[in-house]
Design a protein around this ligand. Structure first.
Ligand code: HEC
Ligand code: HEC
Length: 371
């Protein structure tokens, strides 16, 4: 803490502090929901992700238009500066020290990369957002990158906190408090940032241009036609196969599994679901024509490999089992779910074959009635 005898000076402007804390909070929530929240919390992950991205963009603009210690040019790290700081050859920096500056740019770059990889994975894997047209394979790859970047982000945060504690002890001041109040004690020999004035008008104009232009671009990208979407279930199939349970979209199983299943309708999971030969042939043909091999959705990719012992059962596929491994077996048995096969109880869009994580929620336990 600043000793009361020391004069204090404003180092961090209001916007910089606000951006710092919005990023700190949104990135933390994004990490927690990403690693532990599961898909039902994806909506929260997306909200804080977008908040972090918008804050990042504004911070980048502020780096060119803001006041002294916010300007990138006043703390651009040079190898010589970083080395001098590592050897403790430099004095106390009022703004970012060279190592701290390196941290700032690494943070900003990592957040940008997280936003891009996250959006690509959301598009390719779940067919949501600006990159919905960009294919499952790319989305899957971007998802892996997103995860690695998130792990790197945890390491960066640890290094940042370590740096803040180290520098605070070294100069006997509370750097975290300075990021709240904006003030630091000023001392003889401080290295001060170049004096610049903030250009508010330019900041607002640039922010509006970048955010409006960016949004328009993303909306344009989102309008591209999406290949490999599931087709609506044909009326005949919907009628005959939707009598006892929801009519499962054809894209949930490969053609061979459908043929196997339809060939055995007389003993269909303990029921006689047999139909006349003509209808059976038509249904088999339609399901095969629109089977998982022809779709690019996550379930189509996940369920394309059947369990050898239970061909024709979606819930037996290794893909289905892996996706639902964290759900307790009892959950599937309780009202109003009753069976794993009742996809619709948890996936509101199941009949369309999309299975968006944003349409996903496990129904709450029924509240016990007083009687
Ligand atoms: C007479 C009622 C009945 C009809 C008609 C019927 N089914 Fe079923 N189906 C069942 C039952 C019962 C189950 C087992 C559900 C469970 O495991 O809870 C089942 C399960 C399934 C499953 C496996 C779900 C899982 O666990 O992965 C598929 C796929 C399926 N049916 C497809 C079809 C198709 C295709 C048709 C139309 C040709 C059809 N069903 C018609 C009763 C029926
Ligand atoms: C008890 C509710 C419940 C039932 C019933 C259920 N699921 Fe899920 N499913 C979930 C949950 C929860 C997740 C997300 C798990 C996680 O957080 O990773 C999920 C994930 C998925 C995913 C991947 C995520 C996504 O949104 O694309 C697919 C695909 C999927 N389920 C398909 C099915 C199919 C097909 C059925 C029916 C045969 C089914 N599920 C039945 C709860 C359920």
């Amino acid at each position: 803490m600043a000793k009361s005898s020391e004069p204090s000076t404003t180092v961090w402007d209001r916007f910089l502090r606000l951006a710092h804390w919005v990023l700190a909070v949104s990135v933390t929530i994004a990490l927690v929901t990403g690693f532990f929240g599961g898909l039902p919390r994806l909506w929260l992950h997306l909200i804080v992700g977008v908040a972090a991205l918008v804050t990042l963009i504004l911070r980048l603009i502020w780096g060119f238009t803001g006041p002294s210690s916010a300007r990138f040019i006043s703390f651009w790290p040079t190898p010589r500066g970083v080395l001098a700081h590592l050897k403790s050859e430099d004095g106390r920096h009022l703004g970012h020290n060279p190592l701290g500056a390196l941290m700032v740019f690494t943070f900003l770059g990592t957040i940008a990369a997280l936003a891009v990889s996250g959006a690509l994975s959301l598009g390719g894997v779940y067919k949501i957002g600006p990159f919905a047209a960009d294919g499952f394979a790319l989305g899957d790859l971007a998802g892996e990158a997103h995860e690695l970047l998130a792990i790197a982000m945890v390491a960066l945060i640890a290094a940042h906190l370590g740096g803040v504690i180290f520098e605070s002890l070294r100069h006997r001041e509370n750097l975290a408090r300075s990021m709240v109040t904006g003030n630091k004690p000023s001392r003889a020999g401080d290295i001060t940032p170049l004096v610049r004035r903030a250009n508010i008008v330019l900041t607002v104009i640039l922010a509006l241009l970048v955010l409006a232009g960016g949004s328009a671009g993303l909306v344009g990208l989102a309008k591209r036609p999406i290949a490999g979407m599931p087709v609506a279930t044909a009326p005949l199939v919907a009628e005959e196969c939707g009598a006892c349970h929801m009519a499962y979209p054809a894209s949930l199983l490969p053609a061979a599994s459908w043929q196997h299943l339809v060939a055995g309708l007389d003993d269909h999971f303990g029921e006689d679901a047999s139909l006349d030969a003509d209808t059976t042939a038509k249904i088999s043909q339609w399901l095969s024509a629109h089977a998982a091999e022809n779709a690019d959705t996550l379930p189509a990719h996940a369920f394309v490999t059947p369990a050898p012992s239970a061909v024709g059962q979606i819930t037996a596929t290794p893909g289905w089992q892996a996706l639902h491994k964290d759900i307790a077996p009892e959950t599937f048995k309780r009202a109003p779910i009753y069976t794993r096969a009742n996809c619709l109880a948890c996936h509101k869009d199941a009949e369309g074959g999309r299975f968006s994580p944003l349409a996903l929620s496990i129904p709450a336990l029924p509240t016990s009635s007083p009687n």
